[in-house]
Design a protein around this ligand. Structure first.
Ligand code: ADP
Ligand code: ADP
Length: 223
């Protein structure tokens, strides 16, 4: 449960939302504006606290952790991809990709990063700064950055929102591949049914609750 504000103006942004995300699954979260998608994602990622209930990442209950512990947990176990890319403009693509590891004081697993860079088609863009890259390339750098530390779970907030359809499809294919072939757990918030169709499973929110669920093969039928 997540409540914003108090008294008469209080909003129950999450109210009995229950879901379980198996490791290695690519899950899409859909729902109308205001249904609680961002709040759910922030709660699952340990970006925000909740007012009741539990958020379990493996055996760890995020709802019992303090701010400092949640920050550490995000750094070590969670990756983020945002609609706005959030790349550091003064750093090259390679430096942006390595940033979470640099901040965590960890040595990059260069073989893994090389593999990511190759799969994402970024090998000849590593020395470029964000302004020298297309939107699709910037988003792929953001995805490589999210995966660089091999986090247990990656949260993507409208990752195709700022991409043209071809770049969007390439990104979604990669996310699906990351789940299927690399065993990465991915949770993506999207408004776009054709983006959700790439996921293994689609969870629908309304009024802070999970109201429906579909496995991917059923999704195109509702478009
Ligand atoms: P979605 O991402 O699906 O659009 P949100 O999680 O952003 O939904 O919002 C869920 C509900 O919580 C909405 O009613 C929204 O107005 C409210 N809400 C979200 N963030 C805040 C906030 N910081 N303060 C007050 N109300 C908020
Ligand atoms: P929006 O899409 O609404 O512009 P974002 O999705 O980019 O916002 O960011 C949502 C929240 O996550 C913000 O409060 C931001 O401060 C936080 N945030 C952004 N990047 C990170 C990160 N790498 N680690 C932790 N928190 C982050």
């Amino acid at each position: 449960m997540k409540i914003y504000g108090r008294g008469d103006t209080a909003v129950r942004a999450l109210d009995g939302a229950t879901l379980s995300i198996p490791a290695g699954q690519f899950t899409a979260v859909m729902g109308p504006s205001g249904s609680g998608k961002s709040t759910l994602m922030h709660a699952l990622a340990g970006l925000d606290t909740i007012d009741g209930g539990q958020v379990l990442l493996g055996d760890t209950d995020l709802s019992r952790l303090g701010e400092r512990q949640r920050t550490l947990l995000r750094r070590e176990r969670v990756g983020f991809v945002f609609q706005s890319f959030n790349l550091v403009p003064t750093l090259t693509a390679a430096e942006n990709i390595a940033l979470p590891l640099t901040l965590a004081g960890r040595r990059p697993d260069q073989e893994w990063i090389d593999e990511l860079v190759a799969i994402l088609g970024l090998a000849d863009r590593l020395r470029h700064r964000p302004t020298e890259l297309s939107g699709g390339q910037q988003q792929r750098v953001a995805v490589a950055r999210a995966l660089a530390a091999r986090p247990e779970i990656v949260f993507a907030d409208e990752p195709t929102g700022n991409l043209d359809s071809r770049a969007g499809e390439a990104l979604l294919s990669f996310l699906r591949r990351a789940a299927r072939e690399l065993g990465q757990t991915i949770v993506m918030v999207t408004h776009d049914p054709s983006a959700a169709a790439y996921a293994d499973r689609v969870v629908f929110l309304a009024d802070g609750r999970v109201v429906d669920e579909l496995s991917a093969p059923a999704v195109p039928a509702i478009l």
